[in-house]
Design a protein around this ligand. Structure first.
Ligand SMILES: [Zn+2]
Length: 419
């Protein structure tokens, strides 16, 4: 390799030359190509992956035939024969991603490079009947595909991110809060039937973590993603893998006690993160104190979201009581986070989710300082705290990545549910 040849970052998993692991090797090679936006030669791919030259050559041929990579000129500088550069073809495949939050349904269409080609967000209907919601999701995906004018035949599938708990073995969404009428809903199977596309699914907190890992610019291998939607939870990434837990339900943090004198929680304790800081509870507190009008006619996700916006707007306009509610919540969230960052010794905390942009400035003004203050190892390392660069779409992007991972990445494949 010459100095002038592109040096992509190393793939996250070395390859193996065992023949029966062909798909694994293909994923490793594709991952290496993906990480080299300017293209990469077969020689560099061989060096990067540790695979035999013939193996790399065969895989690149397969990827070329599948339209997933293209040859893109030759590298002529330096000694030796000119080397053909191989690049990812972003139009070589697509994945749809759907994030179902009780307040908002977000859909994205990603290309093979992970770029968002189309997006849409709609309020979750007040009638949350599962069949109605799933039909709506199928319709949204169809519309995105039609509007983007891409080749439907190149869509690898749809990824869905839902609130937990989920039953991974049965591919069912089990009693999610605020999605009334949902009990053991086989979302994945029904959507596959509605769309005739392959469907992958995962919990929202895992999806945001994988979205950040795939598309975020920070490459930390250990981080905690604090998801702020109608509900909240954390996605934990350890050594570059999303921690799923035994049943796919890792990340439930609602009952970490952050204020022993705080409000009673449904679990019987006081001052749990959930009781103190969940948007629905902050809204209820603001209503009971007269900070925002108590004229909400439903406890649906969109109604909570609208009232939460009122609360945040009031705080932004200088209402001290509204500001105090949010600041107290930020301090309590920071305490909860410090339990996790100390437990796992991570060096990064990322916030994001549909409700996050409304509180981002306020939380980022307070949380980093408290997390630092409470960090056990603060003398030599303290976690960085910031917001995701992927905005409100992070959950949908992560869901789409569940699909892309089957072709592009090795690590996230474990997030698949079922066969
Ligand atoms: Zn509790």
């Amino acid at each position: 390799m010459t100095d002038s040849e592109p040096r992509p970052s190393a793939p996250r998993h070395p390859g193996t030359n065992l023949a029966h692991l062909g798909d694994f090797n293909q994923a490793v090679v594709l991952d290496a190509v993906r990480r080299a936006p300017d293209g990469v030669s077969r020689t560099v791919l061989r060096d990067q992956t540790g695979l035999a030259a013939q193996t790399v050559s065969n895989i690149v041929r397969r990827l070329l035939d599948a339209g997933m990579v293209v040859e893109s000129g030759k590298q002529t500088r330096g000694p030796g024969k000119p080397r053909t550069i191989v690049k990812l073809d972003p139009d070589g495949g697509y994945a749809a991603g759907v994030h179902l939050d009780p307040a908002v349904i977000t859909c994205v269409l990603l290309d093979l490079a992970g770029a968002t080609r189309a997006r849409a967000a709609i309020p979750t209907p007040l009638d949350t009947d599962p069949h109605r919601i799933i039909a709506l999701v199928a319709d949204q995906v169809r519309r995105l595909v039609d509007e983007s004018e891409i080749d439907r035949g190149r869509i690898a599938g749809i990824g869905i991110a839902t609130p937990g708990p989920i039953d991974e073995d049965a591919s069912e969404v089990v009693d999610p809060p605020l999605l009334f009428g949902w009990h053991r809903v086989p979302f994945r199977r029904i959507l596959a039937e509605e769309t005739s596309l392959a469907v992958e699914s995962g919990k929202d907190t895992a999806a945001v973590a994988i979205g950040e890992m795939w598309a975020g610019s920070d490459t930390a291998d250990d981080f905690v993603f604090f998801y702020v939607g109608t509900g909240f939870g954390v996605g934990v990434v350890h050594a570059g893998e999303v921690v799923r837990g035994t049943s796919g339900n890792a990340g439930e943090i609602g009952h970490i006690i952050v204020d022993p004198d705080g409000p009673p929680c449904e679990c019987g304790l006081r001052g749990c993160l959930s009781a103190c800081c969940m948007p629905s509870n902050l809204v209820r507190e603001a209503e009971s104190l007269g900070v925002i009008p108590d004229d909400r006619v439903s406890r649906s996700g969109p109604a909570i979201s609208a009232s939460f916006t009122r609360l945040c707007d009031a705080a932004g306009a200088g209402d001290e009581r509204a500001g105090a509610i949010l600041d107290t919540a930020a301090d309590r969230v920071a305490r909860g986070i410090s339990v996790i960052t100390n437990l796992l010794d991570v060096d990064r905390v990322v916030f994001g989710g549909p409700f996050w942009p409304r509180i981002a400035d306020r939380f980022l003004a307070r949380v980093p300082g408290i997390v630092d203050e409470l960090a056990i190892g603060r003398e030599f390392h303290s976690p960085r705290v910031d917001g995701t660069e992927l905005g409100e779409d992070v959950g949908a992007i992560g869901a789409a990545c569940l699909v892309l991972s089957r072709r592009l990445g090795v690590r996230s494949a474990k997030l698949r549910i079922g066969p």
